[in-house]
Design a protein around this ligand. Structure first.
Ligand code: PRX
Length: 650
């Protein structure tokens, strides 16, 4: 009980940036935030037009925003080139020799690219694409691991006006096939293999399997990465290095003049129903939004070294490894492999090696690494860090505190950034020099964003009342449609309330702080009460015996739904029935008796994607005693599913 009270007290502490941090930051105080925020929502068009002047345009826009029957258009009549803004513009600003990209392979020698070098590589690959007949509006599928060729290929597409569709390299051939079939791409860029935990993942074999059912693909470009033996189909498959080393490939290519609303990329993401949705982002609005959010949320300065652990196969990598950082002329570290290879200090070693100043990762990674103990970070020099960030899921206060203390040493603000594939960039977030932090809260909306929480009937929820998180207005980085399915776009996002439905539940506290409770589909209705799975998990994790927890609903005869908790105990803790009862009581005490898990299953690990997200869908199927676990191929360890099924609590 004493520990429990202690942890609750900790959750109520508020953390302020140091005076020094605030003084040097772009947004220095909440008064400044409030003033700019007010202006930004009173006249969003003037706000965004002013910010858009920070980019370089071939022709400026005629109209800032237009609502075309529910489809939003930004900066119509304007022309620019995204790759130009991320490369040539930076080179012209005198940063030709500044390092743009540091690539840390899982094992072997790192590689660095200055802005000047990156521009050349991108131009060369654009010329390769042109030789294949790729033109503006064509779709290029990219199935690459975390290697420099991935951002190079994306920027080459952007330069020529081709639409890239990156498929996470951890996806199986089936997932790749589905995405190619939906996007109807004509060219695929892949690699022979990729490395993860020292093992080779056979990307080209997967691609070959997918391509059997993808007749639209005419040509395949293959990067040699793992040097594993692969099949190269004559006339269809070409080595990247052969194409790039041809004498007639020039190292400059004029960027295309792209209309603001032409497509930039498609990125597939899971919806509430089965088929993945191709989320479409366009040129100018997306670039502006990733540019400005990156600049202000990460308070980026010229001498910063920024490390984001996300995979570029997800939106975080698109916006905050590629487009946001490069359009700001920042130095970005990208890492190829597993956070625990060869040891669980890999991230901390990378921070030490490159003197990383800003570090952005996922709560799951934080929890997983915290579980390994403090000696790993304590043995590394983390003094260079000045700012930390998290994204992708709610962070429980205990993980927040560990991150703050064990990694940030109590000096670094943490930006808990809430956003989605659909939003293109960060919507709810602290501004690190201004916002007082409450561990576990994503705090306040970014400029130009009117976020709200609604009840089922569309009325505004009370203070601290959970409800549907919605965004009431349009913003430049928002998705424009779902590829090939404009109807689904309207239905999924706008039908329910007539404003953008995020699919998350949240509450707003008495200070106007947003607390994300989880996906609406993760909200558990126990005896009619709404309980955020994140709240129960946070409670469990606050118990001294617990390292990680995931909570899902299962059908209950009387209550409708009840809670099933999968619990990973800290190393050395013995599992037994007494502990189960203690945990139940702990949850009853911290969340409420209705949130008590009916069932607790102790587990060695939880099913996670390779990007570290816990797959609750699979846990839900296990908890329900179902047989269909959906696609488990993206799990870091698919074998975990069978282990959990065997010890399911009946
Ligand atoms: O539920 C929210 C959660 O991640 C969802 C979006 O997932 P995705 O499109 O894959 O994008 C992830 C990276 C931006 C949201 O609907 N989410 C994201 N960030 C947070 C979060 N939940 C709580 N706190 C966050 N900071």
């Amino acid at each position: 009980m004493a520990e429990f009270i202690d942890s609750i007290l900790k959750e109520h502490r508020i953390f302020y940036p140091s005076d020094e941090f605030s003084r040097k930051s772009y947004i220095k105080h909440m008064k400044e935030y409030s003033k700019i925020y007010k202006k930004s929502i009173e006249n969003p068009e003037a706000f965004w037009a002013d910010k858009a002047n920070g980019l370089e345009w071939i022709k400026k826009w005629d109209i800032v925003l237009r609502n075309d029957m529910g489809f939003f258009k930004w900066f119509e009549g304007g022309y620019l080139n995204v790759s130009y803004n991320c490369l040539d513009r930076i080179v012209k600003a005198g940063k030709k020799d500044k390092i743009a990209l540091i690539w840390e392979p899982e094992s072997g020698e790192e590689k660095t690219y200055t802005y000047g070098q990156l521009l050349k590589e991108v131009c060369k690959f654009t010329n390769v694409l042109k030789k294949f007949g790729v033109k503006r509006g064509h779709i290029v599928e990219i199935y690459l691991p975390m290697i420099p060729e991935l951002p190079i290929a994306m920027l080459a597409c952007a330069r020529i006006g081709a639409i890239h569709s990156v498929v996470f390299a951890g996806f199986s051939s089936d997932a790749l096939k589905d995405r190619i079939q939906d996007s109807k791409a004509e060219l695929l860029i892949t690699a022979d293999g990729s490395f993860r935990n020292g093992k080779i993942f056979p990307l080209k074999d997967n691609a070959d399997a997918a391509l059997k059912e993808c007749p639209t693909i005419q040509k395949v470009v293959v990067v040699k990465r793992a040097d594993n033996s692969i099949y190269m189909q004559e006339g269809r498959d070409f080595w990247w290095h052969d194409l790039m080393n041809k004498k007639n490939i020039a190292d400059f290519c004029e960027p295309e003049s792209m209309h603001a609303e032409e497509s930039l990329f498609i990125l597939y993401t899971s919806g509430t129903t089965g088929k993945p949705k191709g989320i479409l982002h366009t040129q100018a609005g997306y670039l502006l939004f990733s540019y400005l959010t990156f600049k202000w949320v990460f308070d980026i300065k010229d001498n910063d070294i920024y490390f984001c652990t996300a995979d570029i196969g997800w939106i975080t990598g698109h916006s905050y490894i590629v487009y946001g950082p490069l359009s700001n002329g920042a130095t970005v570290v990208m890492y190829e492999g597993s956070p625990t290879y060869p040891n669980p200090d890999r991230f901390w070693r990378i921070i030490e090696k490159y003197r990383v100043t800003i570090f952005y990762t996922a709560p799951t990674a934080i929890r997983a690494l915290a579980k390994e103990g403090d000696s790993w970070p304590n043995n590394c020099n983390l003094k260079s860090l000045r700012l930390l960030g998290t994204v992708g899921e709610p962070i429980n206060p205990e993980a927040w505190m560990w991150y703050y203390n064990a990694i940030g040493k109590g000096r670094c603000p943490i930006v808990d950034t809430w956003w989605q594939t659909e939003t293109g960039g960060i919507l709810i977030t602290p501004l690190p020099g201004a916002t007082p932090l409450k561990p576990g809260s994503a705090t306040k909306p970014f400029f130009g964003i009117i976020a709200d929480v609604l009840r089922e009937d569309g009325s505004k929820a009370n203070v601290n009342e959970g409800g549907y998180l919605v965004i009431r207005n349009a913003w430049p980085g928002m998705l424009r449609t779902i590829w090939n399915d404009p109807q689904r776009y309207k239905e999924a996002y706008f039908e329910k309330f007539g404003v953008y439905l995020t699919g998350d539940s949240a509450r707003i506290d008495e200070d106007g702080y947003f607390w994300i409770m989880g996906r609406v589909d993760d909200v558990i209705k126990v005896a009619g009460h709404r309980i955020g799975s994140a709240e129960v998990e946070s409670s469990l994790v606050s118990h001294k015996a617990v390292a990680e927890a995931a909570v899902v609903p299962f059908p209950h005869e009387i209550k409708g739904q009840a809670i099933y908790a999968f619990v990973v105990l800290k190393k050395g803790v013995k599992n037994n029935e007494n502990l189960k009862e203690e945990l139940r009581q702990h949850v009853a005490n911290s969340v409420g008796p209705i949130a008590k898990p009916d069932k607790i299953q102790f587990a060695d690990d939880l099913p996670k994607t390779r990007s570290g997200k816990i797959m609750r869908r699979i846990l839900k199927a296990i908890a329900e005693g179902g047989k269909d676990y959906g696609n488990i191929a993206t799990l870091a360890d698919p074998g975990i599913v069978e282990v959990l099924v065997r010890s399911r609590v009946k």
